[in-house]
Design a protein around this ligand. Structure first.
Ligand code: 5RP
Length: 226
């Protein structure tokens, strides 16, 4: 099964976890796109009655175009279940997220959810975390100085640009600095340090957030937080 097929498989599987009258957090990314497609099918074919809260403009547009009702996070008390993708996941079910530059809203939605499920293909499993740049969302003002600070700490920062070479601007008007670390041996410590730096809005280390990770493959694997 190729990676795209794996993404479709877990997306569809996760859509089956959604129950009537749930408020559902909708993540961002190519795997979640399959989840939203499959969820919309259930809404339209089975009459599944749900409300969605999204983590990006992209996902909101997709969900609404398929007939899923979207409300603002502040219009709901709590989210029952959030389904999101991840860029890397370790054995503790901690991960790197933000490859799609949506980490800030993804983290806000996640911490307001009773249950967080990540859907990933097999390539995302990595222990220790690594093999994917760690995104850090930063204020645009003084970004060069923050970049220098990260470089001096040996964090190998690169300001994210798009295919046309333009600096990527997030849905919130911020920049992303990607830290090109080979491996992250101490994610908790790095997360703490990043959170303390002035100008950092949020980082892509998601610690103690996912309750369950669903891994695609010939047989779907369910990993639950201990
Ligand atoms: C977006 C994310 C995505 O969930 C993550 O990048 C995984 O994306 P994909 O399913 O396309 O591999 O964190 O900010």
């Amino acid at each position: 099964m190729d990676v795209t097929e794996q993404k479709r498989q877990v997306g569809k599987y996760a859509a089956g976890l959604v129950e009537d009258h749930m408020t559902v957090g909708l993540g961002t990314g190519s795997t979640v796109k399959f989840f939203v497609d499959a969820l919309a099918e259930r809404v339209n074919n089975e009459g599944l009655n749900i409300i969605g809260v999204t983590t990006s403009v992209r996902t909101a547009e997709q969900a609404q175009s398929l007939g899923i009702k979207i409300v603002d996070l502040d219009d709901v008390d709590e989210i029952d279940l959030t389904v999101d993708g991840a860029d890397r996941v370790n054995k503790n079910l901690d991960g790197i997220k933000g490859g799609g530059a949506a980490l800030l809203f993804e983290k806000i939605v996640a911490i307001n959810s009773k249950k967080n499920v990540w859907i990933v293909d097999e390539t995302k499993l990595a222990d220790p975390l690594g093999g994917f740049p760690l995104p850090v969302e930063v204020v645009t003002y003084g970004v060069g100085h923050l970049n220098t600070l990260f470089a001096n700490e040996g964090l190998k920062p690169v300001l994210r640009t798009d295919a046309a070479g333009e600096t990527v601007v997030t849905d919130n008007g911020n920049y992303i600095i990607d830290l090109h670390l080979d491996t992250i041996e101490k994610p908790v410590e790095l997360a703490d340090w990043l959170s303390k730096q002035v100008g950092v809005i949020e980082h892509g280390l998601f610690i103690n957030i996912a309750n369950r990770v669903i891994v695609a493959g010939e047989e779907i694997k369910i990993l639950d937080r201990a």
